[in-house]
Design a protein around this ligand. Structure first.
Ligand code: 5GP
Ligand code: MG
Length: 184
């Protein structure tokens, strides 16, 4: 089975990262006079982050919506193909901020951008809590990034390994699969 190797961000650090991100977003939407914002959470990974971020955003009319993107199988190996579905509402004419857990190759959000553009939102922006810039394969940069991290597979605070660890209040690195098998 898979084991936690080391903690990368504790609860207090995560709080600070989310609060700094919220400050940036708040100042931009205030400057632009946006009073109605649709926060579009990419399930499942971004659910925990979205709920913390939403509670720090200072918008008179904040809508919380969900969409699903699956780019990974049951482990930590990307299949390259992204499936997008399950958008819960109409976004035509809306100011939309997509909230994602982590940007890795960038394929998920590059495809998400095309998928959502077709639906004619008024504006479309992207926020990622974590970013692994060294792994980028698609042409995609987010408007807001919480923190850049090295190329390590992380879990916790919504992020999973084969559907486990999403509930951890901290973010940790797990042992790579090869080492796990030998570590009985
Ligand atoms: P991308 O399309 O940018 O390569 O992949 C983004 C998706 O891959 C994320 O939404 C997330 O589901 C998954 N992913 C990428 N890196 C990690 C990681 O370190 N840990 C976990 N749990 N998921 C990751
Ligand atoms: Mg994801």
């Amino acid at each position: 089975m898979c084991r936690i190797k080391k903690i990368m961000f504790g609860e207090d650090e995560l709080k600070r990262i989310v609060s700094d991100l919220a400050d940036k977003i708040n100042s931009d939407i205030k400057r632009e006079g946006i009073e109605k914002l649709t926060l579009l959470c990419v399930l499942k990974g971004a659910a925990v982050f979205t709920s913390d971020l939403a509670r720090r955003l200072d918008v008179p009319d904040l809508r919380l919506e969900y969409i699903r993107a699956s780019s990974y199988g049951m482990g930590d190996v990307s299949r390259g193909k992204v499936e997008i579905n399950g958008l819960t509402s109409e976004i035509r004419g809306a100011d939309v901020l997509v909230v994602e857990d982590i940007i890795d190759t960038g394929r998920t959000l590059a495809q998400m951008r095309e998928y959502l553009k077709e639906k004619s939102p008024k504006s479309l922006r992207f926020c990622g809590l974590f970013d692994k810039p060294d792994r980028r394969a698609a042409d995609f940069e987010a408007d807001y990034i919480g923190v850049r991290i090295p190329d390590e597979f992380i879990v916790g605070y919504g992020l999973d390994y084969a559907e486990k660890f999403r509930h951890l209040p901290y973010v940790a690195v797990v042992e790579p699969s090869g080492a796990i098998e030998n570590d009985k």
